[in-house]
Design a protein around this ligand. Structure first.
Ligand code: HEM
Length: 417
């Protein structure tokens, strides 16, 4: 029998979403006592779903597609147009393989080494400074590392500008007004910059190594054998650079976790890979980054008795799933040990999407993210000492994306001998 999806009252809940941020879907779940809820967002009927089985459904491509999901304001700032996020089926699989081809063990080792060197180069400057804003420094380090690894030339004088542009694209996600406009300006500027580089590479005036994103994307052919247009190639190169800069946010949350849970320090000091990995996984589970993801129903179907209509927008409760008591013991406690021998499902731990990297839309950069967080924590715990002065380390659960208000200031930096 067909069941009725519990429905939120009111004309449109876009403002409620913006007012409740990361807690929007969990609040609706509590309100309706249901893991499936019908609402209206941006003037459109939207179904919210949560839970492990819901994530399994969301990543089943027989039922859902991605083309047409991202609103224009998101494409103009965060994602760019015609990028991998909005592709489906054969075209998506082919484009996704291009990204995954960058993630060989040798290339992952390389970015790890590059990033550690970039962190170490910061030490002399930090020692002279009165206070260091870790968030700004992390974005700077990640921007330098991303460009070096991807084969994109970056002049010393432009690092600050480019790091800020990538940061502004990320920051635009839940922003309206000026924050969104800043993200658009950043994207326009970065796309122009990278398009010029793609043209130079194609003209052989610039010759990055063949295993870099700059080279691979400049010469990539789509599933029909056609070269990407310059703009799309630039969008996809930015789809590698920008999210590496985004890792800076997780580095700050890692530093915050370390500060709030000093009992984790011995484990990190030991340089024990297993403990550091558990710590990094728990940081990605615990702290808010991606609030939700959207997809569109490909056809009419029923799930658990509930009707889905072709064309309906469906949103998955990403942040909420990482905090569900049916999937996580004491979900609101920070406990790296929970990841010891963790055998959970790829639909229960979804900070960077769920399911399979090759077959679905799950993040292509999950391995880089984990590795660079490990590297950065290794740097912060084993290569320097610092103090954390009094500051407002609280972070909003409404602003998306969020970061500690003080952006994590450290002081008295010394090199560890
Ligand atoms: C997709 C999060 C780092 C490349 C995604 C998705 C999320 C995500 C939530 C969407 C999954 C979906 O649509 O189902 C993050 C976070 C990161 C991060 C929070 C770190 C802070 C990276 C890095 C790279 C990367 C370092 C590349 C070097 C991609 C690509 C996609 C993607 C190419 C599109 C995949 C597709 O549509 O098939 N990421 N990501 N991400 N990410 Fe990441």
């Amino acid at each position: 029998a067909t069941k009725q999806i519990p429905k939120e009252k009111g004309l449109d809940q876009t403002l409620t979403l913006l007012n409740e941020g990361y807690q929007y879907i969990s609040n609706r779940r509590r309100h309706q006592q249901s893991d499936i809820i019908q609402t209206r967002l941006l003037g459109q009927k939207t179904i919210l779903i949560s839970g492990e089985e819901a994530a399994q459904l969301f990543y089943d491509e027989r039922y859902f597609k991605r083309k047409g999901v991202a609103p224009r304001r998101i494409k103009k700032s965060l994602f760019g147009e015609h990028g991998v996020q909005g592709l489906d089926d054969a075209e998506h699989k082919h484009r996704k393989l291009m990204f995954l081809s960058l993630m060989t063990p040798e290339r992952l080792e390389e970015i790890k080494k590059i990033t550690m060197e970039q962190w170490k180069k910061k030490i002399p400057e930090w020692k002279r400074k009165d206070g260091v804003v870790l968030f700004d420094e992390a974005e700077d380090v990640m921007c330098r590392s991303a460009c070096a690894w991807a084969g994109i030339p970056l002049r010393k004088e432009e690092v600050a500008q480019r790091a800020r542009e990538f940061g502004d694209m990320i920051d635009a996600f839940g922003g309206v007004g000026e924050r969104n406009r800043r993200g658009k300006r950043a994207r326009d500027s970065a796309e122009q910059w990278i398009q010029t580089i793609v043209k130079q590479i194609r003209a052989k005036k610039l010759n990055p190594p063949e295993n870099t994103a700059a080279y691979i994307m400049s010469f990539h052919r789509d599933h029909k054998g056609k070269r990407l247009d310059t703009h799309t190639a630039a969008v996809e190169i930015i789809n590698v650079l920008r999210p590496i800069v985004a890792i800076g946010r997780y580095v700050v949350f890692g530093a915050l976790a370390l500060h709030d849970h000093p009992e984790t320090l011995p484990g990190l000091h030991a340089g024990d890979d297993t403990y550091t990995t558990m710590f990094v996984q728990e940081t990605r589970r615990y702290y808010p980054f991606t609030p939700l993801l959207g997809a569109i129903a490909r056809k009419d179907f029923h799930w658990k008795g509930y009707p889905f209509k072709k064309g309906t927008l469906v949103m998955l409760d990403v942040h909420g799933i990482n905090h569900r008591p049916d999937l996580w013991d004491a979900p609101d406690a920070f406990k790296p040990e929970r990841f010891k021998d963790w055998k959970g499902s790829p639909f229960a731990f979804v900070p960077q999407g769920g399911g399979d990297h090759y077959m679905g839309h799950r993040c292509a950069g999950e391995w880089i993210t984990v590795m660079l967080m490990q590297t950065s924590l290794e740097f912060l715990t084993n290569h320097i000492t610092y103090t954390v002065p009094d500051q407002d380390l609280s972070y909003s659960m409404v602003r998306m994306p969020t970061i500690p208000k003080s952006r994590f200031v450290i002081r008295d930096v010394e090199e560890k001998m």
